[in-house]
Design a protein around this ligand. Structure first.
Ligand SMILES: Nc1nc2c(ncn2[C@@H]2O[C@H](COP(=O)(O)OP(=O)(O)OP(=O)(O)O)[C@@H](O)[C@H]2O)c(=O)[nH]1
Ligand SMILES: [Mg+2]
Length: 334
């Protein structure tokens, strides 16, 4: 039987457990446009702001061991007979891994490597692995990733792990789509300082000092503790866990720390607060991106040229001209 290709049928098939359909739905979301909008609309109505799902971000410098750690965490969560700390009590938790590479216009070599590393889960139907790179999506990955998470949760995936390289603004934005963000650093002088410079300290809920089999873990811990002392707010203080992803050592403790953070968010009522704040930021991004698109459409038109003429002739200053153009985007009264 041929597969239906319209977004709604694909979404239905994906929600019924068809992984090929799920992959297609995510491609639609990634591409953006009307199809993406339709899919996101359905997903949102099914699972408003990720209702039952949970998202964990794994971020850190290139090569810090994010993929190896993610792989370990997936194995932990999917291990038969082991209660999964996140979400509590789920015994057949469906897991998705989104490997996000904002710097790559295509699905690049590094991500292909990640795919191979994740092969251990290739036969596990409860694990869905997917990479996402920059495409022509309105608002870019900062908008496409939350959309993808929404679709996954709406299709019954309880836990989404997002791996992203934490090196720039976009990467930090992507990482902030998670409920709990794990920042991965390595032993050695200065690594914690670099993470701080990249803006990762602000978004960290848990720190993993990975490659703790190498010298310098104690120094890195001390640096992190010092930086945390300076930024302490009296709420959640990110725990620091040492891991050796290569052998699996410490990954249990890391997962426990993630579970602790989730419990903190839930019992303190913060989960609702942070999810609301995230939606606020997301709405802003979507609105700004559509303003930009509409504005760019104006630029090619005669009205724009005429305004430029008036500025050139000195009849109008550029601010007045901008006000006239922005008049097209009327702010509704409260
Ligand atoms: N010694 C040691 N090596 C590790 C450990 N964890 C990962 N590695 C190695 O570090 C290298 C990079 O690991 P990845 O998991 O690919 O790191 P990544 O952060 O996903 O890298 P990118 O996605 O390219 O940014 C690999 O060769 C791993 O085998 C560890 O705990 N100890
Ligand atoms: Mg990786």
């Amino acid at each position: 039987m041929p597969r239906p290709t319209d977004p709604l049928s694909q979404f239905r098939a994906a929600a019924d457990g068809d992984r090929v359909a799920l992959a297609k739905v995510l491609s639609t979301v990634e591409r953006g446009g009307p199809g993406a909008r339709e899919v996101v609309g359905i997903a949102y109505r099914r699972a408003p702001h990720g209702a039952d799902g949970y998202t964990v971000g794994i971020t850190g410098a290139p090569g810090a061991g994010k993929s190896t750690l993610t792989d370990r965490l997936v194995a932990l969560v999917r291990a038969v007979g082991r209660p999964a700390p996140v979400p509590d009590g789920a015994d057949d938790l469906q897991v998705a891994v989104l490997a996000v590479d904002p710097s790559s216009p295509f699905t690049g070599g590094a991500i292909l490597g990640d795919r191979v590393r994740m092969q251990g889960h290739a036969l596990d139907r409860g694990v869905f692995i997917r990479s996402m790179a920059t495409r022509g999506h309105l608002g870019g990955l900062a908008v496409a990733v939350p959309d993808a998470i929404r679709v996954l949760h709406a299709c019954g995936v309880g836990l989404v792990l997002i791996e992203t390289v934490g090196v720039g603004q976009v990467e930090v934005e992507v990482a902030s789509a998670a409920d709990t963000t794990v920042v991965v650093v390595n032993p050695g002088w200065g690594d914690a300082v670099q993470a701080n410079k990249a803006g990762l300290l602000e978004i960290a809920d848990v720190f993993a000092i990975n490659k703790a089999d190498r010298p310098g873990a104690r120094e890195t811990r001390r640096d992190l503790e010092l930086m945390l002392d300076l930024t302490a707010t009296g709420g959640w203080r990110p725990p620091i866990v040492e891991t050796v992803a290569a052998s699996g050592e410490g990954t249990d403790a890391l997962w426990t720390a993630v579970g602790d953070h989730r419990r903190f968010l839930t019992t303190s009522g913060q989960l609702g607060v942070v999810r609301r704040r995230r939606l606020e930021v997301e709405l802003h991004r979507i609105a700004m991106a559509s303003v930009e698109v509409r504005f760019d459409q104006l630029v090619g038109r005669a009205v724009y040229g005429a305004l430029v003429d008036r500025v050139v002739s000195g009849e109008m200053d550029p601010y007045e001209a901008a006000d006239q153009l922005l008049g097209a985007f009327v702010v509704p009264a409260d």
